[in-house]
Structures are given as structure tokens and as C-alpha cells.
Design a protein around this ligand. Structure first.
Ligand SMILES: Nc1ncnc2c1ncn2[C@@H]1O[C@H](COP(=O)(O)OP(=O)(O)OP(=O)(O)O)[C@@H](O)[C@H]1O
Length: 454
């Protein structure tokens, strides 16, 4: 098990991770989600002892990584697939990692087979595609047959077959009782792969719960109701009756009604009492992606602005119309508008979440729901309220990911630590607690500088 308690990391003025507490348990795939720059890689580096926490602790099986007996054979990681010596053959790369950890050479051939790189084992990795590099990185992580595996964006650059393979690999590793912690930006993939999610935003915990709970907690379930299109008055009649009964009714583009706030049997009863026939009454739930966007929209650091292309375009002559869009190709000479059903539109700074035609995913447009994205904490109270520090040092390449070799002497059982203060769903309707100071146990740890080894 991986356990973080009050984990904080500052790089100079920049707080990359703040007071993060969570557990990653064996026997499940735990997805690690967060917008760009939210601190996922920093957290993973601290787990692997590549960065020192400014405060707090993180342990694997009860030990900080650097004190873990036989660490390279207990923990395997893929942090950066490009962190390989490009001039080495794939096999030699793995062989050198194996030798450093006392792993027999035959294991190298085994993992080359597992990741499907046998054919290119004697090829220099600098000629590898992105996907092949990812496979080589995964092979390195598997070398030691470790109980604990960390993967930072493992499906980056993989084709659909490769993505499916990684998904099945993660699941089978977890099914064998291993601890699998995997970060990804591909929500659809996480929905299929992960059992549990840890979501962070601006270095702070936003959610620690099962995928199913996360989706239902961060999305409003709704019902689609369709009345016979031949009798539009029935639709109006039903909409009024449902609204009167306390439901929230919005029109769908195809003429159906999207209803929130009433259970399906109640909708059915109301329709029956109103003498309205139904052609459809179906339950719906937002996808993980929608739920994730909804939760993290308040914690996104990098947003695109509309490109004004100032001075780059000839102004249209008075009365002239812009060129007609070409279906599927956007508008010639113009940037294509976002797709009409994209649902999520990033809110402008200072505004609440963008409401689509029906509000954000059928939920109230204003972030008042129990799981609305937290409002920013007052300036001064929260390290993230500070203006961005002057250009943080460009992150250097992480050190070669710890090749994790094989079945370690079972790690000492993790001392049962107190349950970390995982963000309880109910607390998420409020602004994050003003982090006046780390509240979790914060054993002294060396304060590191931006030039920390990565
Ligand atoms: N060595 C460093 N020195 C200074 N700032 C750093 C360093 N490493 C990370 N940061 C900053 O810490 C913040 C968190 O970065 P991190 O790479 O952990 O985020 P992330 O969630 O992994 O992002 P992404 O999804 O884009 O990979 C960022 O603002 C980043 O610029």
C-alpha cells in the first residue's frame, strides 16, 4: 500500500502539492487524475524518493521509498518513457537495469515478451516510436515483478491495440493483488481501467473514491422522457406537470425532455395521471469525463483564450458574411467553433462553470451542488491564490525510473496509519479549507529547492 500523509512540495514560491493525504490499496487499479500542472508527477516522484517532500510523508508498505528494503524489487515505475539511453539496444537497457537490481537476465527476455518488443530487442531505443518507448518503459517497471507499480501516463502514444493491452495489463496486475497507481488524462480509458480514483487540483485532494461513486457524486443523474412527436401538446402538458411536482425540466434537441429531481417511477406516475403517453423513459448518467470536468473546472491552470488573430485577418467588408463552414472541416479561414454538443465550455475567470444548453451536464449551472468544484480560497489563505511565481525552473527530466525488480522479501506490513482526511464528498461544496498550515502530521523533511533531482 502507498500512503501519503500531509504531503506538501514547494519549489521556491510554487506550491506544487499541498497537504495531500491518500492511500493506494493493493488489489485495485487506482487512477490518479488532475489537470495539467496539478502535481501528479511531483507526487509520484515523492513516492519514489526522487523528490523530498517539503512537509508530510509518503510511504510504501510503511517505509519511505529510500528506506524500503530492496526497493527496486518491490516497486516498479514508469515515469518518463524517454528517460532511456537512446544508444542502447532495448534489451541492453533492460539488462543494465536488471543487473543494478540483481535480477537474472532471463527476466529481461520475459518482460520483452510481455510488452511485445521481442522483435526489436536488439534495436537502439532512439529509433523507437512513442508507443514502443512506452512499452519499453513498462517492461522496465515490470522487471522486478514488483508488488507496487506506478505508471505516469502509460498509454501516451499507444495505438488502440496498445491501449487495450495496457488496460488489460493494469487490471491483471491488480487482480494478482498488486498495488497499481496510474495517472492518465484519458478519462474514457480511466473509466474502463480504474476501480478507484484519486483526483487532485492545484496540488490538493479533490476526491478519493470509487469510479462509480465519483461519477454519481459529480454528475446529476437525469431521465430522458419522450412523448409522441405527433402530439406536441402532450409534451407541454407533461413538462408542466413534472415542473409542478418539483422536477427540473429542460428540452433536448431531439424533442425529448431531460428531467432531473424526480425518480423514474414518479415521472411515470405523473405521466399516467396527466394522461400523457410516453415513448421513452430512460435513466442516464454522465460519463467519467463529464464528472471529472465538472469537478476540476475550478482547478484548471491552463486555459485557451479565443485567438483574436489581431491584425492577421483582413476585416470583412461591410455587409459581407464570413465563409460558410464546410461540414467536418470547420470554416475555411476561420477557427472552427467548439462542437455544439461539447457540453463543457471552460468558464471564464471569475465566472462560475459554463452552463451548456441544459446547465453543466444536466446539473444546476451554478456550482451549488454538493460536488461543485470548490471555489478558490481567499487570497492569502491559500498558496495557490498567489500570482504565479516568476517562471519556475523548467522541470528537468526525471532520473531513470526506478526499475522495479522482482518479488521482494515481503515488505514489512505497513503500520496502520490513521485514515487520511480524504476529501469527503460532502465537503466539496465548500471552498477548500484554507490551508493555513499543514494540518496532517508533517514529519520534518528536508526542504528542497527547485533544482531537486527529478
Ligand atoms: N522541479 C521543479 N521546479 C519548479 N517547479 C516545478 C518543478 N516540478 C514541477 N514544478 C511545478 O509544479 C507544478 C506541478 O507539476 P507536475 O508536473 O507535478 O504536474 P502534473 O499534474 O504532473 O502535470 P501534467 O499533467 O501536465 O503532467 C507545476 O506548476 C510545475 O510547473
Amino acid at each position: 500500500m502507498i500512503e501519503a500523509v500531509g504531503l506538501t512540495k514547494r519549489y521556491g514560491d510554487k506550491t506544487a502539492v499541498y497537504n495531500l493525504s491518500f492511500q493506494v490499496r493493493p488489489g485495485a487499479v487506482t487512477g490518479f487524475l488532475g489537470p495539467n500542472g496539478s502535481g501528479k508527477s511531483t507526487t509520484m516522484r515523492m513516492i519514489l524518493g526522487l523528490d523530498n517532500p517539503t512537509a508530510g510523508t509518503v510511504t510504501i508498505g510503511g517505509y519511505p521509498y529510500r528506506k524500503l528494503p530492496n526497493a527496486p524489487r518491490q516497486v516498479g515505475a514508469l515515469l518518463d518513457a524517454k528517460a532511456v539511453h537512446g544508444g542502447r539496444h532495448a534489451r541492453n537497457h533492460l539488462l543494465s537495469l536488471a543487473q543494478l537490481s540483481g535480477i537474472p537476465a532471463r527476466r529481461v527476455d520475459e518482460v520483452l515478451g510481455v510488452v511485445g518488443l521481442q522483435e526489436v530487442a536488439k534495436k537502439r531505443s532512439k529509433g523507437f516510436s512513442l508507443g514502443m518507448g512506452q512499452r519499453l518503459g513498462i517492461a522496465a517497471a515490470l522487471l522486478g515483478d514488483p508488488q507496487v507499480l506506478l505508471f505516469d501516463e502509460p498509454v501516451n502514444g499507444l495505438d488502440p491495440e496498445g491501449i487495450l493491452w495496457v488496460r488489460n495489463l493494469m487490471k491483471s496486475l491488480a487482480a494478482e493483488g498488486r498495488t497499481v497507481f496510474v495517472s492518465s488524462h484519458l478519462m474514457s480509458e480511466m473509466a474502463l481501467t480504474a476501480d478507484h480514483l484519486i483526483v487532485i487540483g492545484r496540488g490538493q485532494l479533490l476526491a478519493d473514491m470509487s469510479v462509480t461513486d465519483f461519477i454519481s457524486a459529480n454528475s446529476a443523474d437525469f431521465a430522458r422522457v419522450r412523448t409522441p412527436h405527433t402530439e406536441p401538446q402532450l409534451r407541454e402538458k407533461l413538462a408542466s406537470a413534472l415542473t409542478e411536482a418539483g422536477g427540473h425540466v429542460l428540452p433536448e434537441q431531439d424533442g425529448a425532455l431531460r428531467v432531473t429531481g424526480l425518480p423514474l417511477p414518479r415521472i411515470s406516475d405523473i405521466a399516467h395521471d396527466s394522461d400523457v403517453r410516453l415513448w421513452e423513459l430512460s435513466p442516464h448518467q454522465a460519463s467519467l469525463e463529464e464528472a471529472y470536468m465538472r469537478m476540476t473546472q475550478g482547478a484548471v491552470d491552463y486555459r485557451s483564450t479565443i485567438d483574436q488573430k489581431a491584425g492577421l485577418q483582413q476585416p470583412l467588408p461591410p455587409g459581407a458574411q464570413p465563409p460558410m463552414p464546410v461540414p467536418g472541416q470547420g470554416q475555411p479561414g476561420w477557427y472552427a467553433p467548439p462542437p455544439p454538443h461539447a457540453g463543457y465550455a471552460p468558464p471564464q475567470p471569475g465566472q462560475g462553470p459554463a452552463a451548456g444548453a441544459y446547465g453543466a451536464y444536466g446539473a444546476p449551472a451554478a456550482p451549488q451542488g454538493a460536488y461543485a468544484a470548490p471555489a478558490p480560497a481567499p487570497a492569502g489563505a491559500n498558496p495557490y491564490a498567489h500570482a504565479a511565481p516568476p517562471a519556475p525552473q523548467a522541470p528537468a527530466q526525471p532520473a531513470t525510473p526506478p526499475a522495479a525488480p522482482a518479488q521482494p522479501a515481503a515488505a514489512a506490513p505497513a503500520p496502520q496509519a490513521p485514515q487520511p482526511p480524504a476529501a469527503a464528498p460532502a465537503s466539496l461544496d465548500k471552498a477548500p479549507p484554507a490551508p493555513a498550515g499543514p494540518s496532517a502530521p508533517a514529519p520534518s523533511a528536508p526542504t528542497t529547492q527547485p533544482e531537486d533531482a527529478r
